[in-house]
Ligand binder design. Structure first.
Ligand code: ADP
Length: 495
């Protein structure tokens, strides 16, 4: 199979790389395997890409190690930063193509995909700014010793990303790792390999030395497992399901105890108090669950509404959810495209069926949308209880539950009654309520009077089973640096 192919999307035609990107070159996998990529809008295969197996992971690790111990080591932090900034500029120049790839491959609407590209470029540029601001401290221990710390790169980083934000997750992972001077191999999700490969072209054009950024397309149980158990990888960063996160952590523990960061699932509460601005709250609640078709680890899938406004809120929220335009990602009015794959479609539909069997009330939706493509109607369940799987488990689709609460204490108790702790939101006009409640919520991010407002400047990650470590902001750099203490004895021998 060729190493690239012309692809026509409804908005542009472009040349799609298909090979693995190792050592700044697109190459075939050692085993010669390929796999198909499906358009979720029409369920048809439209291209195949080369597949990485264990030996390709070995090749990428060797390339990264060589870069790390060779040319990359000699590149100054300022030059490193400039390369990242150049990469961000290139991403903006290629915005229309990258967005079309995301819409085609993932099913997200073209307009949302353009926002993803802008956020991804900003994230890379932000970390470009950090590259020459990563430094240790001088610690005044005693008069006869000079003590200082160095923040050194961890080494070769294996990064495993999901399919819900293929380009954005690429940026969140590569940005801090490369800013801190590491070399990476990043494995895209098997459902959405295309934008990561396209980034290979831009990486090369931005001037990164060969081997600093390697991109692998492949399956989790093959290439992903090879990364998490690899003896030559110093750190693994994973975003995906909690179940796979556990496997990655176990593989790291059983191999070389590589450093691990995990950004996992969620079942995030979105709490609306009686005094909330109801129009704003409805917009944010709607966006909180239906943005990206509910395929967000931080999706606000448990909506808790105080009793004084519950009936009015539910009525208005139903109207709003029904107005969300579901359809072709390339149509300018589309808000919600198809789910990413048949597997995800089936999983979500089985949760919906289970909710119905458990006796929850379908207020809106509850069915497939149309007859072709992995489309699902925006769905709201009421009359739920804490034992139902639709309330307890992450659905990762356009499905939420709505519950009534009386008091602030009750809302906090319900909100925290989950093994997850990725995000939460509060809607209120009372500043004291927002501070009191946000202090009590066990979640890595709390939004007040908004939702899904993630900034590359602020840390993001989970409490409890939603993960380990933080991505984004200055905090993410901690995951990508080893701290070395150097103590220089100035005085004579003591012993
Ligand atoms: P989802 O269930 O939403 O598809 P996953 O957690 O299965 O999410 O996938 C997220 C990423 O993890 C993907 O890149 C996938 O290939 C990878 N992955 C899946 N299984 C494994 C595994 N056993 N080890 C390492 N990575 C894996």
């Amino acid at each position: 199979m060729a190493l690239s192919q012309k692809i026509q999307t409804p908005s542009c035609t472009y040349e799609q790389p298909l090979g693995l990107f190792i050592n700044n070159e697109f190459v075939k996998g050692v085993d010669g395997k390929t796999f198909e990529v499906i358009n979720p809008h029409n369920e048809k295969v439209f291209v195949s890409v080369h597949e990485a197996t264990e030996q390709d992971v070995d090749r990428a690790v060797a390339a990264a190690r060589k870069a790390l111990e060779g040319e990359w080591k000699t590149v100054t932090p300022t030059a490193r930063g400039r390369m990242l900034v150049r990469l961000a500029d290139l991403m903006e120049q290629h915005c229309d193509t990258l967005a079309a790839i995301e819409a085609l491959d993932n099913g997200k609407s073209l307009s949302m995909a353009k926002a993803d590209v802008a956020n991804s470029a900003n994230c890379i540029r932000y970390y470009g700014g950090w590259a020459d601001k990563i430094h240790g401290k001088v610690i005044d221990t005693d008069h006869e010793t000079l003590t200082y710390t160095r923040h050194e790169p961890v080494g070769v980083c294996g990064q495993i990303i999901p399919w819900n934000f293929p380009l954005l997750m690429w940026a969140w992972k590569v940005g801090p790792a490369v800013a801190a001077g590491n070399a990476v191999l990043i494995k895209s999700a098997e459902q959405t390999p295309l934008s990561a490969l396209y980034m290979g072209n831009l990486v090369k054009a931005a001037g990164f030395p060969a081997g600093v950024i390697n991109v692998l397309s492949g399956f989790g149980r093959v290439a992903g497992a090879a990364i998490s158990s690899h003896m030559g990888i110093d750190k693994v960063a994973f975003t995906g399901s909690t179940a796979v996160g556990r496997q990655v952590l176990q593989a790291a523990a059983k191999s070389n105890l590589k450093k691990v960061t995990l950004e996992l699932g969620g079942k995030s509460p979105n709490i609306v108090f009686n005094d909330a601005d109801i129009d704003n709250a409805i917009s944010w609640v709607n966006f909180g669950i239906y943005f990206n078709h509910g395929q967000c680890c931080c999706a606000g899938s448990r909506i808790l509404v105080q009793e004084g406004i519950y009936d009015r809120f539910l009525q208005r929220f139903k109207e709003r959810a029904q107005q969300n335009k579901v359809g072709d990602p390339f149509h300018p009015d589309t808000f919600q495209g198809p789910q990413v794959s048949q597997l995800q479609f089936d999983r979500i539909m089985s949760y919906i069926d289970q909710g119905k069997k458990d006796g929850a009330t379908v207020e809106v939706g509850g069915e497939r949308h149309g007859t072709e493509g992995y489309y699902i109607q925006p769905t709201i369940f009421s009359n739920v209880n804490d034992e139902m799987s639709i309330v307890k488990e992450e659905i990762f689709g356009p499905v939420c539950s709505i519950q009534k609460f009386k008091t602030e204490e009750e809302a906090i108790k319900i909100a925290n009654g989950t093994n997850y702790g990725l995000a939460a939101a509060i809607h209120t006009k009372d500043l004291n309520t927002s501070i009191r409640v946000s202090n009590e919520l066990k979640a890595g991010t709390v939004w007040v009077n908004s939702y899904n407002m993630i900034s590359y400047q602020a840390p993001f990650g989970g409490f409890k089973e939603s993960g380990m470590g933080r991505e984004l902001g200055e905090y993410a750099l901690n995951n990508y640096t080893e701290i070395k203490t150097v103590r220089i004895r100035l005085g004579d021998a003591m012993f």
